[in-house]
Design a protein around this ligand. Structure first.
Ligand code: GLN
Length: 448
């Protein structure tokens, strides 16, 4: 814990990963733990963690990087994942920066200062869990929690050269995760190594009666899967994942990685996920529709910032929302409200749901025959700050390789697999069957 705060002092002025620190409380907790040994269950005993700021932390400010929640300093409860970390005696160092309400791919939508990529601060760390990835990559915390609705753990993990896993939908409780798109959101760990990642997932997984979509499926000991043995592993490589838009450097790096898997005794074949090309459009309709409903709770009445100058109740709603939300959040709410409105519902929302099923079927069919799917996490390494922010569609297109995984609900990890000539990390994405995180970890670990 001392080392964490020391490191934050040294580097966070440039990286800007933290929004809120928990220093007094964390030091007290650490001092208490220093007096005794860990019990067998306390597997994260005294380990310093950073938490994405859309995960509710009892008594610790939770802003979702939004001006709307700037004054939400004293939440009254803990997210289920926080309770589980607490039982394992992990120590929360502070809350991490993100795109506002997890909408974005670069951290530039934070309504505070944007986090920078620790490898090169002219570049973005990715998003929306950019603070989580950057804090781990720059050694400020040992691990972090992020959330992934359309790539928000895996894409920043790839950009910052760390390991990030999006679990199977339903694996980790969403209770206390501020909802963006409830049918897609999952919390997951960002770490330096695959082993650390497996250890954290073991702690935060499991059925939770407080989340009706959390699955009642046994949580295996993921660390048992880390055998280093991938002989006979069957890998599918979708041709859509190495095609148009993917830079040569990224493609080469993935092909190099596949060669290594061959040397380790695995075999790979090219396959097709033919509906992948509709994933970005499908996602932005569905995620925005769900967001427009979820964000209706921010009305200036219950919590967050209230516009004071309003003269009527309707004005108060309108003004609070106009002042509290940033541009991208407003764009999503408008898009979602439009897609759900009567007369357009069948053409947009309902159709997108049907395409979502086709995308899921693509994955089911391939994963019937193969153990895992591999490809790049992102088409390019981290782009420059300011490069894409003016054009939302270019920004959205960056998520093309991560979004299908959320729509299908399957688990996916990003692990570092090389560097660009500019010295920026490149991520290998490994996707598995529903609730088969063990296989994903096994494959990922063998590569390290
Ligand atoms: N970049 C995507 C978006 O802006 C994904 C965000 C996420 O996974 N939270 O919606």
């Amino acid at each position: 814990v001392d080392a964490s705060y020391q490191r934050i002092k040294e580097v966070d002025g440039q990286v800007k990963a933290f929004l809120t620190l928990n220093e007094e409380e964390a030091r007290q907790q650490a001092a208490k733990l220093d007096e005794r040994e860990a019990t067998a269950d306390e597997v994260l005993f005294g380990l310093p963690a950073g938490i994405k700021d859309n995960i509710v932390t009892n008594g610790l400010r939770t802003t979702c990087a939004s001006q709307f929640l700037d004054n939400f300093t004293d939440p009254l409860y803990d997210a289920t994942v926080m309770k589980k970390l607490d039982d394992a005696k992990s120590i929360t160092i502070g809350k991490l920066n993100m795109d506002e309400f997890a909408m974005g791919s670069s951290n530039e939508n934070s309504s505070y200062e944007a986090t920078r990529n620790p490898w090169n601060t002219d570049h973005v760390p990715g998003g929306s869990s950019g603070g989580s990835a950057a804090a781990v990559a720059s050694g400020q915390v040992l691990y972090a929690l992020g959330s992934d609705t359309g790539g928000s753990i895996r894409q920043p993990a790839a950009f910052c050269g760390v390991v990030g896993l999006k679990p199977t939908y339903g694996r980790v409780s969403r209770f206390g995760l501020v909802a963006f798109a409830s049918s897609l959101d999952q919390i997951g760990p960002l770490t330096r190594t695959v082993e650390d990642n497996a250890r954290v997932l073991e702690v935060i997984s499991g059925h939770d009666p407080m989340d009706s979509t959390s699955a009642n499926v046994d949580v295996p000991k993921y660390t048992d899967a880390l055998t280093g043995d991938v002989k006979g592993l069957k890998i599918a490589v979708p041709k859509e994942y190495l095609g148009e838009g993917v830079t040569e450097e990224v493609r080469d790096s993935i092909l190099q990685a596949l060669k290594k898997y061959e040397e380790l005794g695995a075999e790979w074949e090219e396959v097709s996920l033919p509906h992948s090309k509709y994933a970005v459009a499908t996602y932005y309709l569905l995620a925005s529709s769900e967001a427009s409903a979820n964000l209706a709770r921010f009305d200036g009445v219950r919590y967050g910032v209230r516009a004071e100058e309003a003269e009527s109740m309707m004005d108060m709603f309108k003004l609070s929302r106009s002042q509290g939300f940033g541009e991208e959040v407003k764009r999503r709410i408008m898009l979602g409200t439009f897609a759900l409105s009567s007369g357009y519902y069948d053409a947009y929302y309902k159709k997108a749901q049907k395409v979502r099923t086709l995308i899921k079927q693509d994955f089911d069919q391939v994963l019937e025959k193969y153990d895992v799917i591999m490809g790049p996490t992102t088409p390019t390494p981290a782009f420059k700050v300011g490069e894409k922010i003016a054009d939302p569609l270019t920004m959205y297109a960056n998520d093309i390789l991560t979004i299908p995984v959320n729509l299908a609900g399957v688990p996916g990890i990003s692990i570092p697999c090389g560097f660009s000539t500019e010295g920026l990390p490149i991520g290998l994405q490994i996707i598995g069957k529903h609730f088969d995180e063990g296989m994903v970890y096994r494959a990922a670990h063998a590569f390290e």
